[in-house]
Design a protein around this ligand. Structure first.
Ligand SMILES: Cc1cc2nc3c(=O)[nH]c(=O)nc-3n(C[C@H](O)[C@H](O)[C@H](O)COP(=O)(O)OP(=O)(O)OC[C@H]3O[C@@H](n4cnc5c(N)ncnc54)[C@H](O)[C@@H]3O)c2cc1C
Length: 458
């Protein structure tokens, strides 16, 4: 996905762009070997959907025509989110519903549409069934292309290029390549890999479940559950289990036995009557890794790294493809500014990755009852649980949480003092909360009036 989005951007600035892919690429929405994660819960966040439509105008409508679900009701009635013991508000209207629209479809379908749009660009060529084995160099300082090996015949050739973008996902070879040239490897930041995931594709008739998406992060060592509607009455169910609690279930019955600890009974009943499609897919490597190319002193010209090859985020937060789109946006700005220094791109990408990485670290740290924690951790956990409790009845807080989770707003949007006032008011009672809503609305209106008056005066 990062490679396709990068190619879309590069096509604006270069005469020719070649995408090299190891798999033989299908012309239908089927799973392929190179994307094992596609067999797990997968979707773009709202911010990612917006960027997808920006890069490929009309693509979201095309996806809907192919069966994708669009969740744009203006409230969150079809999105069930539970964090800890608290459910996000699903009854009141969102102030800015357009920012939180999501399109749900399987990874193979989304990828097929993106690939078709990229392949239709006049200056883009896709060479599939070829392995990239290594970049080529003229001197240590400048990359000049890549070495390719055709997978069926073993035929080798060199592809020359002004710029090589490594988008090979988690298996990227750039660190080893840089080391062989004497640059050393980039430092890597890691986040804990302590969850396993079992995923099952299901068939359920339209209307079996009122919601289109459920995300349950119960905390306290309970399983995590994700469920998402896909095209043609298909659903993806993913159940996460802490690695320390045992092996991930390999059958639907085992997944449901775990899910019943935290899933609403009506949803469980529908899942029990669903038809399983394919086998259960297992994922064990749940950790994140951020290769800090932005911190390397020295880096060769003509090479960039993007997507999971640069940073893979903990998959549970569903940010990877949206982050790839944000990095493609950074690449677009980098090339528009006519910069040749790779570090400028890596720094721009880091400005998108950093806030999400820090937020995930904080979410990963949510303490379980069994461990002892510092006063600071206990205080922030207490404050967060108060905020989540208030969000159950407070759409303003819920909307803010959702905007941050969907990468529409940065995590700092949660540090707004007005939100603290709402949490306090919410803890005092719903009447106080309503009064606080009226007050913050009045303040907003007054501020807007003052700004308008100033503009007129100017
Ligand atoms: C379990 C799981 C669930 C996830 N859920 C979500 C989600 O809900 N939402 C979300 O946004 N993200 C999710 N992600 C992350 C998301 O899949 C990635 O972030 C996203 O695909 C971007 O990755 P990429 O394009 O960098 O790499 P990939 O998508 O992995 O693509 C890498 C490509 O490079 C090819 N390749 C590899 N080596 C070579 C080589 N030597 N030569 C030629 N080609 C090669 C591969 O075949 C593949 O096509 C999830 C990840 C996992 C593991």
């Amino acid at each position: 996905m990062a490679g396709l989005l990068a190619a879309r951007v590069l096509s604006e600035f270069y005469d020719g762009v070649t995408i090299v892919e190891r798999d033989r690429l299908p012309d239908s929405s089927i799973h392929r070997k190179g994307i094992p994660q596609g067999r797990h819960l997968h979707s773009f966040l709202s911010r990612g959907c917006q960027l997808l439509d920006q890069f490929f105008p009309g693509i979201l409508d095309e996806l809907v025509e192919s069966g994708a679900h669009v969740v744009d009701d203006g409230n969150l009635s079809r999105v069930y989110t539970r964090l800890g013991a608290y459910e996000m508000n699903r009854t009141e209207k969102l102030a800015d519903p357009a920012a939180l629209v999501i399109h749900l479809a399987s990874r193979p379908l989304v990828e097929l549409h993106v690939r078709r749009r990229v392949a239709a660009l006049h200056n883009v060529k896709i060479v599939d069934h070829h392995d990239v084995t290594a970049p080529t160099v003229i001197t240590r300082d400048r990359i000049t292309g890549v070495l390719l090996v055709r997978r069926d015949t073993g035929e080798r050739r060199t592809l020359e290029a002004d710029l090589v973008v490594d988008a090979m996902g988690r298996a990227a070879r750039t660190p080893a390549f840089l080391e062989s040239l004497g640059y050393g490897r980039p430092a890597a930041e890691r986040s804990a890999a302590n969850w396993t995931y079992s995923s099952q594709l299901l068939q359920m008739p339209e209307g079996a479940i009122a919601e289109k998406m459920l995300l349950i992060e119960s905390g306290n060592g309970l399983p995590r559950v994700g469920l998402m509607a896909y095209e043609h009455d298909m659903w993806m169910l993913t159940v996460g289990r802490r690695a320390a609690d045992g092996d991930p279930p390999t059958h639907l019955a085992g997944m449901l036995a775990l899910a019943e600890q935290c899933t609403p009974p009506s949803v469980l009943a529908a899942l029990r009557s669903a038809q399983p499609l394919h086998n259960v897919a297992i994922y064990r490597n749940s950790g994140g890794m951020w290769r800090r190319y932005d911190r390397m002193q020295d880096f060769p010209a003509g090479l960039l790294v993007i997507g999971d090859a640069l940073c893979c985020l903990n998959p549970i937060y569903g940010q990877g493809m949206t982050m790839a789109a944000l990095e493609a946006l950074a690449l677009q700005e980098h090339l528009r500014d006519g910069r040749d220094d790779p570090q400028c791109f890596f720094r721009a990408a880091a400005s998108h990755i950093g806030p999400a990485w820090a937020m995930n670290q904080a979410r990963d740290r949510v303490p379980s009852g069994a461990q002892r924690h510092s006063l600071r951790t206990r205080l922030s956990t207490w404050a967060m649980s108060k905020a989540l409790k208030t969000a159950e009845h407070d759409i303003v807080l819920t909307e803010r949480f959702m905007r941050v989770a969907h990468l529409v707003d940065p995590p700092t949007a949660l540090q707004d003092p007005a939100l603290l006032a709402r949490v306090v008011a919410g803890s005092l009672g719903r009447r106080a909360l309503r009064a606080s809503t009226r007050r913050s609305l009045c303040t907003t209106v007054r501020l807007a009036q003052r700004r308008a008056a100033r503009a007129v005066a100017r």
